[in-house]
Design a protein around this ligand. Structure first.
Ligand code: NAD
Length: 304
């Protein structure tokens, strides 16, 4: 068995060092406020992990627990507070469209998660900068961005190709099409030149920029494919199904596949390493590093 398991900790090391060095050498105090208005254990764990990493890297992180009814006013207060550089809300709060509303209450200039409409729109439309001079990069949602960084680290992005086309020729399946992770991830990968099969509970869509990457941004088609059609031909399989019983049969995977799991549960069978060349069991730590990276970017925009 020659599979290499790549842990998120290993991938984050260079980012953490860069963030820590930047904060120390510039003597800055970027401040991130996280709002926890639910009883979700996964959210609490994520908040605790964020607090630990921030402490290690020099980011001033404050977790504010509140009732969901007071959350909107507290976000507005933080928007107006010059000592707060980034705002993070742990979702789900209401678990419906009101959460989307709250994502847009967070001031874009403090939106470390990149969930406000402007950033989401720019991401889907492959608009990478906020200004004409191309000095201010857009904020990209943390988990999709983390998975892009995982793919860069393990060499799925081809650095010989020009920036923006580095996934040309790669076939990637993403199992999850949530608005927070799976759909933006499929769009980002297709915008970077990959052909992406995006799977959700109802079916499979194809995201691509066409032959020779003739389109500037990705387009999407419904397909009649089944998992059995696409998994055996995929170079990379990325999965985030929130269920302990969901498993991708190892027998379906292409020999030498790159297998990445971002679900809280293990979506690959224990013998995935019999087929995979690289296996990434989780990405949570990379997400937190991207949160900090986004915070520094916002800090610089607010102070420059
Ligand atoms: P969600 O419930 O919003 O979305 C789940 C997605 O999986 C949907 O697109 C759904 O259609 C799809 N799905 C469910 N069952 C399926 C099936 N049988 N076949 C194909 N598709 C199926 O959840 P989410 O917020 O996207 O989170 C998903 C998982 O990722 C959770 O376990 C969560 O904890 C984890 N997560 C991890 C990180 C991180 O590591 N950084 C960040 C966010 C979420």
């Amino acid at each position: 068995m020659s599979c290499k398991t790549v842990l998120a900790k290993e991938i984050t090391e260079s980012f953490r060092k860069e963030i820590k060095d930047t904060i120390n050498s510039r003597g800055i105090h970027p401040r991130l406020v996280g709002f926890l208005a639910n009883q979700d254990q996964a959210a609490l764990k994520y908040a605790e992990a964020t607090a630990k990493t921030c402490l290690e890297t020099g980011v001033d992180f404050e977790l504010r627990k509140c009732n969901r009814e007071e959350l909107e006013d507290l976000i507005i207060e933080a928007n107006e507070d010059d000592n707060v550089h980034g705002i993070l809300v742990y979702y789900p709060v209401f678990g419906d469209r009101q959460d989307q509303y709250l994502q847009n209450v967070v001031d874009c200039q403090k939106d470390v998660e990149g969930l406000c409409h402007k950033y989401v729109y720019n991401m889907y439309h492959n608009i990478r900068y906020l200004d004409k001079e191309e000095t201010k990069k857009c904020i990209i949602p943390c988990t999709p961005l983390a998975i892009v960084k995982v793919l860069e680290y393990i060499g799925v992005y081809n650095p010989v190709l020009p920036y923006g086309n580095r996934l040309h020729g790669r076939l990637i399946t993403v199992i999850n099409r949530s608005e927070i992770v799976g759909r933006p991830l499929a769009a980002l990968l297709a915008n970077d030149g990959g052909k992406v099969y995006s799977v959700d509970i109802n079916g499979i869509q194809e995201f691509h920029r066409g032959p020779g990457l003739r389109l500037k941004k990705h387009e999407v088609h419904d397909t009649n494919f089944k998992l059995e059609d696409i998994i055996p031909i995929s170079d990379v399989v990325i999965t985030g199904v929130p269920s302990p019983t969901y498993k991708i049969p190892t027998s379906l995977l292409r020999d030498g596949v790159i297998a990445i799991n971002f679900s809280a549960y293990k979506n690959f069978e224990p013998n995935v390493k019999d087929k995979a060349s690289i296996y990434v069991p989780s990405v949570g730590k990379v997400t937190i590093a991207m949160l900090e990276r986004n915070l520094l970017r916002l800090y610089d925009c607010q102070n420059g």
